[in-house]
Design a protein around this ligand. Structure first.
Ligand SMILES: [Zn+2]
Length: 50
């Protein structure tokens, strides 16, 4: 299961089609980055915004 992104709505989803606009979603991360890195980045970002 991979996290995907709708460029149109700027939302993340696990589905192939965006639940909001029904457009095809994309994998936003280049293959060289592991999912763990991505989640670490988001965790750091969310700390900054709190
Ligand atoms: Zn969408």
């Amino acid at each position: 299961m991979k996290l995907r992104k709708c460029d149109n709505c700027k939302i993340y989803t696990f589905k192939q089609l965006c639940p909001k606009c029904d457009k095809e979603t994309k994998n936003p991360n280049p293959p060289k980055y592991s999912p763990e890195d991505t989640y670490g980045k988001y965790r750091r970002l969310s700390k900054q915004f709190k």
